[in-house]
Design a protein around this ligand. Sequence first.
Ligand SMILES: [Zn+2]
Length: 282
Amino acid sequence: MKKLLSSVAVATLLLMQAQPTLAQADAKRSVTEIAPDVYRLQNNFHYSMVVITGEGAVVTDPINADAAAWIKTEVAKLTDKPVTHLIYSHSHGDHASGGAVLADNATVITQTNAPDQIDGVKPTLRFDESHEFVHGDKTFELTWLGPGHGEDLIAVVVRPANVAFITDAASPKRLPWRNMGGANIDNWTNQIRKIESLDFDIFAPAHGNVGVKADATDARVYMEQLKAEVLEGLTAGKSVDDLKKEVTMNDYKDWGNYENWLGLNIEGMASFLMFSGQVPAK
Ligand SMILES: [Zn+2]
């Protein structure tokens, strides 16, 4: 059949291939091998992880429908085997949408607290505290981080590479997201402690740059220092606006989103401390 294609048809096909869809053209995408067979796939400000084993591909968050379709194409370049496991880090829509294209015939794994369906995908395996499985030449250790940022957030550690895929609770040298979305920040900090208790070397976050395990400790210390300074100010009767001028967190000036999010971090911490009754009455 191929040789029957006219040169016009070939030219048209090439033209179609050369013109990505709007969403593809808009998205900043990259594939980086961060350890043998362990890949980080970037879709704008979100990252997912793909691990190739002797038996197939294990994929974490689909991100969204366009990204998931792209992830599937990238997996096909890395292995001729199928996606065998889709692991949701948690159910928040910006990481967990559009999984259907990756879920075909795959084991779909979530923590127990995740909803019955995540954007139309029904998880087939749920776990409470932890779940471990061996797949080909790799081992996957999944650990619930407890409540805090979401109720169903897990860490995924891959061996033998000792890579941890960590979403939202902490990112290497990067401020937590905006005002932290009304979360219980003490619980959130405990999620980071849980990450620190895991055994891994490479910290592969869903946002920002790759780091090392010590970056989790730095992220927890940031939370503790922010809490101490905001609590001290509120206890002294200062307003949130005052605190946004006075709490500079100077040690973190080179962290990602320092300029954009410090003020919002202070607002989020202040409202958490006030609403959780931690500010002593005058
Ligand atoms: Zn989230």
